[in-house]
Design a protein around this ligand. Sequence first.
Ligand SMILES: Nc1nc2c(ncn2[C@@H]2O[C@H](COP(=O)(O)OP(=O)(O)O)[C@@H](O)[C@H]2O)c(=O)[nH]1
Ligand SMILES: [Mg+2]
Length: 297
Amino acid sequence: MFSLQLRLWLHPGAQVCVVSRLKAHRLASLQNTVALPQKKTQSLLYPFSQVEPYLDRSIDRTQFQLFHPSVEDMLKAEKLFCSSPSHKIDYYISAERMDHAPVMKQPEVCFIGRSNVGKSSLIKALFSLTPEVEVRVSKTPGHTKKMNFFRVGKAFTIVDMPGYGHKAPKDFVDMVEPYLYSRKNLVRTFLLVDGSVGLQKADLIALEMCEEIRRPYVMVVTKIDKGTRGVLLSNLMHLQDAVKTHTSSCFPQPFLLSSLNFWGIYLLRCFIAHITGSITLTTPPTNSNEGATAHNL
Ligand SMILES: Nc1nc2c(ncn2[C@@H]2O[C@H](COP(=O)(O)OP(=O)(O)O)[C@@H](O)[C@H]2O)c(=O)[nH]1
Ligand SMILES: [Mg+2]
């Protein structure tokens, strides 16, 4: 069924993204990804399938797959991440303070999380079909001291927020919190947590802050390629427990991701396209699903 669906959508005449002339990663586009063996494709598109077989039988799987779009929907979303003369994707501006942030009409999504959790790498992977967009990735924690705004045509804006943590607690208070409180066009916050180390004190503070602000947010588990599967599973279970018992504005599904090898990038592109109202899903979400909850647009 899965491979039939892929063939249907990727036959030679199918409209697929034209990748930039600059060298894009070979997995940046679904076109190459779906040519891989089916199991590999499945784990790139739906990374939860990698851990699912190892979960205890008593654990309810539904919450991990509430947003489960078709390949067709992912292709629709992918087109939005390809720059063209009529749909320009670019780095727009940086702001050091909230009062320097540009006023924008488009729906906006932002990525927050500890320094070094993988925010910039994730944005770079999302924009990998447009490699000329400059997203700075650093090996030094705390590199991103500014809010960086990226425009995706007229569809939406993506914001890379400064990382917080023991080396940069000030950025948290000075920028992240005021932004989350006051940004009018913000439709979703993505709170990144490192899957190889699990929830840290600073993550819990961020979680509390998001709850206090009461705007819809989503957990993203980064670096799932790093460390053992056992560690990832236990960190994931701990995170799910925290989400279940301590949150009310958090979407119940964590997005598992590796920017290094593109696991989950296509799913996240589709989710962003969906929540910003940029695409209509072919399979409308059910009652328990994203589109129909309090997090709705
Ligand atoms: N193994 C692995 N490393 C990653 C991944 N994402 C980011 N990194 C590494 O983590 C470090 C910090 O990443 P960066 O995106 O700059 O984090 P930021 O401070 O949150 O923006 C860099 O050395 C990245 O190469 C990932 O998915 N897997
Ligand atoms: Mg960064």
